[in-house]
Structure formats: structure tokens, C-alpha cells
Design a binder for this molecule. Structure first.
Ligand SMILES: [Zn+2]
Length: 292
């Protein structure tokens, strides 16, 4: 495995678009929000973006099989708890200590194996992980087993807050209706600011790039060139394809074909925000840009 390209940032910030773009990198496999493996695979209710049920997916079923084979103490339920524990904000500063503590030693070995198995099974050298969680990315970095290239994707606060108020159905559940959680303006603002502060830690790592979702949509060519330079990888920016992958939390429709990816400037609508909310959020957004 050569590297993990890790998309970090808030939900509703355009990571699906960026993930689809990055899956065009030669020798790469996009695994979506793979830190959700321990929920999605074992609950057995959702589809992988390859179109198969998670438990029958040729990649994820092998990952499960090999983890069980290689580690006699592998316990998916315990694993799910630990992944959650890492993601709790209050534990963020503890992450560098976690990787050296005896209590976490076996878990850390198994996380490294998880990514190594993905690369080996798919026969790819680059993993595109759009887990988004800053804490999970920071944890992977401290495991020091592979180069992690962080792309910190940020969308402007009014758009993120507006989007968190919309009910959105998850396309990977086909037997029941599952919706993404919605968030109040106060909560989405708090989260957006927290992510911005936490991402400052990623900025101190050797490979970090900040990408504005708005800029990516407005000037795709320039932004994609910058991403290519940062990653030191080649991909055809003028013929980006929606490629089938094994993304967790991705849209299974992706498996259906190789449509072109269209990147276009977004018309922002803030119909879920009041005027006061919009101007308040815009002010916080601009202030945060200069302060954080
Ligand atoms: Zn799959």
C-alpha cells in the first residue's frame, strides 16, 4: 500500500463529489466512509456501492473473513465501540496516547490490518477513504503505518447549515427508509466550528491540503491541478468518470455505469434558513476564516 488519501471535513460538504473524482486516480480504490464497516457490514442491511449487499460484497466479505482468520480476539462489537470512542470529541487530544497504550494495542494492529487487507484484496496501492471524521483520520496518522494525505474539504457554513436541515434518504438502504439525521442551526454551527478547530492538527502533518468546495465547483480545473500536485498522482481531469467502487455509504447507483462527473458552480439556496440565520452564519463563517 502506497498511501491513504483521507477526505476530512463536515457532513453535507460535497465529499461524495470529491470521492468520485479521486476514484479516477489510477491504482486506487475508493472505500467511502470505511470507518462505518463495523456497523454496516454486521448489521447486514445496506448495500455497498458496487450494488451488492455488504455481506456478499466480494471486497468486504473478504475483509471480514481475513480479520477473523488473522486475529483470534477480533470482536466486531467491541471494535464498533472503540471506533465510536475515538470519535468522541473529548478524546481527540488523547489520540496520540491511545496508539501507544497497551489497552489499545490489539485494536491498533487490527485497524492496520483492515486497511492492508483492503489494499491487498483489491490489488490497489492507493486507498481513498472519505470517512470525513477528523478524529479517525488523526488516529490513522498516529498509527504510522502508511503515508496519509489529508484533503480537508470545507463548504461555507450557511450552505452546510441549510443542508443539515433537509431530510435526506440514504440510497444504500433499499429494504427500508433510512434518513440522515437533521441538525438545528445551532448544532450544525457548533459542529462546523469544532471540525475547523480540530483540523488544525491535521494541518501540522506532512501531507495536508485545504480545499474549498465552492472553489472546487467554480474553478474545477485549477483546483484539480492543485490536488494532483499535492497527491503527486495522475488522473484525467477532463474526462472524469463515475466509476463503480466498494464505497461504504456510497450510492449503489454508481455501480450502474460510467457516467461522466459534472462539476459545476452551485446555485446556493438557503430556503431552510431565516434571513437572520443566514446573515448570522455568513458573519460567523467570515470571522472563523480569519481567526481559525
Ligand atoms: Zn462492494
Amino acid at each position: 500500500m502506497k498511501k491513504i488519501i483521507y477526505i476530512a471535513g463536515d457532513g453535507r460538504s460535497g465529499s461524495t463529489l470529491l470521492d468520485s473524482i479521486l476514484s479516477n486516480i489510477e491504482n486506487s480504490i475508493s472505500v467511502g466512509e470505511c470507518h462505518r464497516f463495523w456497523i454496516r457490514f454486521y448489521e447486514g442491511e445496506s448495500l455497498c456501492s458496487c450494488g451488492e449487499e455488504m455481506i456478499h460484497c466480494p471486497l468486504w466479505s473478504k475483509v471480514d473473513e481475513q480479520l477473523k482468520q488473522n486475529f483470534t480476539d477480533y470482536d466486531p462489537i467491541e471494535f464498533k465501540k472503540r471506533v465510536k470512542e475515538i470519535q468522541l470529541f473529548k478524546n481527540f487530544s488523547e489520540i496520540p496516547n491511545i496508539v501507544t497504550s497497551a489497552k489499545w494495542s490489539s485494536f491498533c494492529q487490527q485497524v492496520k490490518a483492515f486497511y492492508t487487507i483492503i489494499a491487498a484484496q483489491s490489488n490497489k496501492e492507493i486507498i481513498v477513504d472519505s470517512s470525513k471524521s477528523v478524529a479517525w483520520g488523526y488516529f490513522l496518522y498516529h498509527l504510522s503505518f502508511v503515508d496519509i494525505y489529508f484533503i480537508h474539504l470545507e463548504r461555507e457554513l450557511p450552505s452546510v447549515a441549510n443542508s443539515w436541515k433537509k431530510e435526506m434518504q440514504l440510497p444504500e438502504y433499499t429494504n427500508k427508509e433510512v434518513f440522515m439525521p437533521t441538525k438545528s442551526t445551532a448544532l450544525s454551527t457548533k459542529l462546523w466550528l469544532k471540525i475547523k478547530v480540530m483540523a488544525k492538527k491535521l494541518k501540522l502533518t506532512p501531507h495536508y491540503l485545504f480545499v474549498s468546495y465552492e472553489k472546487l465547483c467554480e474553478h474545477p480545473e485549477a483546483q484539480l491541478q492543485q490536488i494532483k500536485l499535492f497527491l503527486d498522482e495522475e488522473f484525467q481531469t477532463d474526462a472524469l468518470q463515475m466509476l463503480p467502487t466498494h464505497a461504504i455509504g456510497g450510492n449503489p447507483m454508481r455501480a450502474k455505469g460510467s457516467a461522466n462527473i459534472e462539476i459545476k458552480a452551485q446555485k446556493n439556496r438557503y430556503n431552510n434558513l431565516s434571513k437572520i440565520e443566514y446573515f448570522g452564519l455568513k458573519a460567523i463563517n467570515n470571522l472563523a476564516k480569519s481567526l481559525i
